[in-house]
Design a protein around this ligand. Structure first.
Ligand code: 0O2
Length: 221
């Protein structure tokens, strides 16, 4: 299988981040291409910004232990999907689903799993669309497909997740119930901001229908 194949390329822990970093760069280039195309064509790009990261091997090992797997390179590459991660931050929720539809059409990516925490937020209020994809990495003799977790979120969702991360770590993983409750309320407020901004955008766009411009009115007569 592909994973056995990939495993043959990796003999030591320090080779894991190297291969994942290369796959992440390939994915980053793919996204930059469509970003540029969108900007050229529409002047508007649904991607506000992107960020990539490789998980530290210590965190990979911790995650394996937390999930009850033996610590091995084989388990790392077959059980942990977010060794390589890309975050795509968008202005609006519908941009996220538009990008998902685009990803589904690509022959140079394999979609492994979709977790929709926008439709189904986590109990603490966390929202994002997680898409596990495999990216082909063409090596000298053959091709290996490497898993990357893409997290798609709006600016408001990203604000909430970043703040939650800071607060959660400050409380040393023992967050009192009322703090969790308040965080969930803030997540709802972020969701509300997204909806209000979207409504504003729709309204502004409605002022701009071509049929109402003088030029098109003249053209119609
Ligand atoms: P980091 O620091 O981002 O690398 P899990 O069962 O949750 O441990 P799994 O199956 O990968 O692991 O779950 P999930 O939820 O699909 O993806 C986990 C990642 O999503 C996390 O990575 C975070 O980046 C993000 N995430 C999930 N839930 C939350 C949340 O409540 N708050 C914030 N701020 N981020 C979240 P890691 O490995 O936990 O950490």
């Amino acid at each position: 299988s592909n994973m056995q194949h990939l495993l043959c390329k990796i003999e030591q822990w320090n080779q894991v981040p190297t291969l994942y970093q290369l796959a992440l760069q390939e994915l980053d280039t793919k996204m930059k291409v469509i970003e540029a195309e969108w900007k050229m064509r529409d002047g508007y790009c649904p991607i506000e910004h992107t960020k990539t990261r490789i998980k530290e091997m210590n965190s990979v090992i911790n995650k394996l232990e937390r999930k009850g797997f033996d610590v091995s390179i084989e388990n790392a590459i077959t059980k942990i999907y977010d060794i390589a991660g890309m975050r795509i931050v968008c202005a609006f929720v519908n941009d996220i689903y538009m990008i998902l539809e685009h990803l589904k059409t690509r022959h140079d990516l394999r979609i492994i799993e979709i977790k929709d925490y926008i439709a189904n937020p986590k109990p603490n209020g966390y929202q994002s669309l997680h898409v596990i994809v495999q990216v082909p990495l063409i090596l000298y003799e053959d091709t290996v497909w490497i898993s990357v977790e893409i997290q798609l979120r709006t600016l408001a969702m990203d604000f909430w997740a970043s703040m939650e991360h800071i607060i959660y770590y400050k409380y040393d993983k023992e967050v009192p119930p009322h703090v969790i409750q308040e965080l969930t309320r803030v997540a709802l407020a972020a969701d509300d901001l997204d909806k209000k901004m979207y409504a504003l955008r729709k309204e502004v766009q409605s002022y701009d229908v071509p049929a109402l411009t003088e030029a098109s009115a003249a053209a119609a007569t």
